[in-house]
Design a protein around this ligand. Structure first.
Ligand SMILES: [Zn+2]
Length: 261
């Protein structure tokens, strides 16, 4: 059996509890880890850093919508930039003079970063990890690296460091919340989303569902990369924006909607 740092931490937890020896804890850890995605004993616990030093901040913030007082929403697009869809999204947004928030994968910025070279100042660019892991299954060090590496390349490419972070799948563990807070990133979820799976081949229905889902303050989830069924949102973005405007909605970035920064 390979003993990694997680096993050591698990052993430390067991020792601290005084119930199990280190070897027993390692065996128990391996058994649980093999049969369950859930972790135990500290390795993934929020607030515990690998070197056991105290967290550098006492709390972080998580948002899923903005103020409900005005008819404003934030469109968000995850997983880009990618050359096939992102330019289409940017062109549509430009035609309507609508700002949006893009949650970028670091690896895509490295490969296709030029796509957003004109976005700074119009759109908001957030951190969506380097390569889209399920952060709830990673320990603090790995979560920290996913976020830090992505923020670094966004800053390098666009001259501005992100202040927002969206976890892949909206899936959070304590370690990812801690890593985000320590990097002064606000964690952004969503309160409405495009339902591409339900409305494949039904453009009127996807527009209707977007109009139905949008509420004052909504953060709306969409994607500018991924499986082809998501194209229905991209191809009908004109109609979605027109429909939401007809319903009296204005568009803004997540930070503006949520009064951040
Ligand atoms: Zn994603």
């Amino acid at each position: 059996m390979v003993v990694n740092r997680r096993d050591v931490l698990a052993g430390m937890g067991a020792t601290a509890f005084g119930a199990l020896g280190v070897i027993t804890a390692e065996k128990a850890y391996a058994e649980v880890h093999r049969t369950s995605p859930l972790q135990f004993y500290g390795g993934f616990a929020s607030g515990i850093r690998p070197d056991l030093s105290p967290p550098s901040v006492p709390a972080g913030s998580v948002v899923w919508s903005g103020s409900t007082d005005t008819r404003r929403v934030a469109l968000t697009f995850d997983d880009g930039p990618m050359p096939d869809w992102t330019p289409q999204v940017l062109n549509t947004l430009a035609r309507h003079e609508v700002p949006a928030t893009f949650f970028l994968k670091g690896i895509n910025v490295q490969l296709h970063g030029e796509i957003h070279r004109k976005s700074v100042g119009t759109h908001e660019l957030g951190n969506h990890t380097w390569d889209h892991p399920d952060l709830a299954r990673l320990d603090y060090a790995e979560c920290h690296r996913q976020l830090e590496r992505t923020s670094a390349i966004i800053e390098q490419r666009y001259g501005t460091r992100p202040t927002l972070f969206r976890p892949p799948y909206g899936h959070l563990g304590g370690a990812s919340l801690l890593a985000a807070a320590e990097q002064r990133l606000t964690t952004v979820l969503w309160s409405a989303q495009m339902n591409e799976n339900r409305f494949e081949g039904k453009p009127d229905a996807i527009v209707g569902s977007a109009r139905e889902a949008a509420q004052p303050g909504s953060i709306i989830l969409a994607h500018d990369s991924g499986p082809r069924n998501r194209l229905i949102t991209i191809k009908n973005l004109d109609s979605i924006i027109n429909g939401l405007k007809a319903d009296g909605f204005e568009f803004t970035t997540v930070s503006d909607l949520c009064g951040l920064g």
